[in-house]
Design a protein around this ligand. Structure first.
Ligand code: ZN
Length: 572
């Protein structure tokens, strides 16, 4: 029974290729020979060039034929595969108009096939750190202070982690356009519409990327690849599809996996603890003690403390927050700036102005809701006078998780981010629905879901295949949510997301599913394919089957480390 299920799943994985309608006798590859070339614009963006490489790489793996990448069409082969926006695509009436947030189009003509979307390059704005030294030395902070005339914390300390190449050389004449293996370097903030199109096309041929690296690939073999008859536009269900892959941190395999899954982390939005970034520095603690919460007759300004809470009745803090937000809009071209309080917020300021502003009768999750959201709403109202097209954000989190009661409707420029707004591992689904519904009534903007997936690096959680709850919970937010921001342990070593690959894979694919699609069937088949991959490719290297049963070839360090074991295998 189990074997037949597995077989059914494997067959399902590969059936896409069979129902492709072919145009008249044209081929990308015919009996192992290339009959097409990949054409990109001479001035193609980074991710367009990466998309062309990706197509070349996988078509060769599938068929053995290498399609040349060219910037001018040649007469050597009959079929042109156009990647990204170009004059050649325009000539055929194919443009990226209407393709936003990673959406893509795949369309074919008599002797051509185009795959494209928005590929806009990210341009980092100075000052930005090239490495940790630029932060530790105070270099970028000093530059930021010179711009603002203030001592607000520098807001882009993680930026350099989002580039796959050498940040030190980026933007210089020696910029490393490609890495040591010849692969195009990209920013995580680059748009990747054409890359998504290529991956969509390859998925149609049966390619799957279940895990980072070759270990996680499923590649069908096929000598002949016909030119398909196709005109397909694919829109993601959410513009924001952030899973905390920082492309420069976890290695090329992880970066490529993230991109193949179709994640999207646009530049210019902040989520967590913006007011901590603004105020948590020695100068502010010393010069503006009255901005901080009063506890037991003292302001919360002790130096060296990890978190210093604030007084949201303080007028100067309010004015300064407005200026801080505007400076980020103006200088860094931010779309959304966070005015979320510092973490660990469990005690309200005891000053006379804050007295009575909490609502302890609403319980822990509503105790500071009106107090905090009133401040946020006031900042939004003021900021909107000068920047009506930008937003400020705050998370529904901790003591201000529940919506405020005294505000009927938030200002139109407030972005609500619900922490744990979907919580796939929670048994109580109804409470989550009610929380989301309550917030949706408070704002005209689509909400954002912030989720912590298992932090396996902290030594807990088991592998979890929960496609039904994942699928159901993501589907429930379609139409009311702009998307998600998911954090989890991303170190690919012994302890980490080996446990979570399925969660990531399935979540990311659900961002591209359609609400009406039969995702239950889809999920079952994905689990089967995923399990099959583990059984065929991963597990055998670690187990030997003897007369007495299964034994570890390499004993894992921890009792539950068998998943992480197969992940670290290929490094040896
Ligand atoms: Zn106060």
């Amino acid at each position: 029974m189990r074997i037949s299920l597995l077989l059914a799943g494997v067959l399902w994985c590969f059936t896409f290729v069979l129902d492709t309608v072919t145009a008249a006798e044209q081929y990308l590859v015919r009996e192992g020979r290339a009959e097409a070339e990949i054409v990109i614009d001479p001035a193609a963006q980074r991710s367009t060039r990466l998309a062309a490489q990706e197509l070349q790489h996988y078509l060769k793996k599938i068929s053995g034929a290498k399609l040349e990448i060219v910037t001018e069409t040649t007469a050597k082969v009959p079929v042109k595969v156009l990647i990204g926006a170009s004059k050649e695509a325009e000539k055929r009436g194919v443009t990226t108009a209407g393709l936003k947030a990673g959406a893509y189009r795949i369309v074919a003509g008599d002797n051509w096939l185009a795959m494209l979307g928005d590929d806009t390059n990210f341009v980092p704005i100075e000052p930005w750190p090239r490495n940790h030294r630029d932060l530790a030395s105070g270099k970028v902070q000093t530059a930021w202070n010179a711009i603002t005339g203030e001592h607000w914390g520098y807001p882009h300390s993680q930026l350099y982690k989002h580039y796959t190449g050498s940040t030190g050389l980026f933007g210089t004449p020696n910029e490393q356009l490609v890495d040591k293996t010849g692969q195009v370097n990209v920013w995580g903030f680059d748009e990747r519409g054409s890359f998504n199109a290529v991956c969509g096309y390859l998925r149609g041929l049966g390619v799957r990327w279940y895990l980072p690296g070759e270990l996680g690939e499923v590649i069908p073999r096929q000598n002949t690849i016909p030119l398909p008859a196709i005109d397909e536009t694919v829109q993601p269900d959410f513009p924001l599809r952030t899973i905390n892959f920082r492309l420069g941190v976890y290695g090329r395999d992880a970066a490529m996996w993230a991109m193949r899954l179709g994640v999207r982390q646009p530049y210019g939005r902040q989520a967590a603890h913006g007011l901590d970034h603004m105020t948590h520095n020695t100068e502010t603690l010393e010069k503006h003690p009255e901005w901080f919460a009063l506890y037991g007759g003292k302001r919360d300004t002790q130096p060296g403390k990890r978190l210093n809470q604030l007084c949201y009745s303080n007028e100067e803090l309010f004015q300064q927050t407005v200026r801080y937000v505007r400076a980020q809009f103006d200088h860094f071209d931010m779309d959304v700036v966070s005015v979320m309080p510092p973490d660990g917020y469990t005690a309200i300021c005891q000053c006379e102005h804050c007295a009575g502003k909490d609502t302890p009768d609403r319980g822990y999750r509503g105790a500071f809701s009106d107090y905090v959201w009133e401040f946020v709403n006031r900042v939004a109202k003021e900021v909107r006078k000068t920047h009506p097209d930008r937003k400020i954000s705050n998370c529904a989190y901790g003591t201000y998780t529940l919506p405020p009661e005294k505000i009927d409707r938030l200002e139109p420029n407030v972005q609500v981010i619900i922490v744990g707004g979907r919580r796939p591992t929670s048994a109580d689904r109804e409470e989550l629905r009610q929380l989301r519904d309550a917030w949706v009534k408070k704002t005209a903007n689509p909400i954002i879901i912030f989720e912590n997936y298992p932090f396996t690096g902290r030594g807990f959680y088991l592998p979890a295949f929960i496609p039904h709850v994942l699928g159901e919970s993501i589907n429930e937010t379609k139409g009311i949510s702009k998307g998600e921001d998911i954090w989890l342990t991303m170190d690919f070593g012994e302890n980490a997301i080996g446990y979570n690959h399925f969660l990531i894979y399935f979540t990311a694919r659900m961002y591209w599913g359609e609400k009406t699609r039969m995702w239950m069937t889809c999920s079952t088949n994905t689990v089967i394919c995923f399990t099959d991959l583990l059984l065929r490719k991963c597990i055998p290297s670690f187990f030997t089957v003897k007369n007495t049963g299964v034994r570890w070839r390499k004993r894992p360090r921890r009792p539950v480390a068998h998943w992480s074991c197969f992940l670290s295998r290929k490094r040896k």
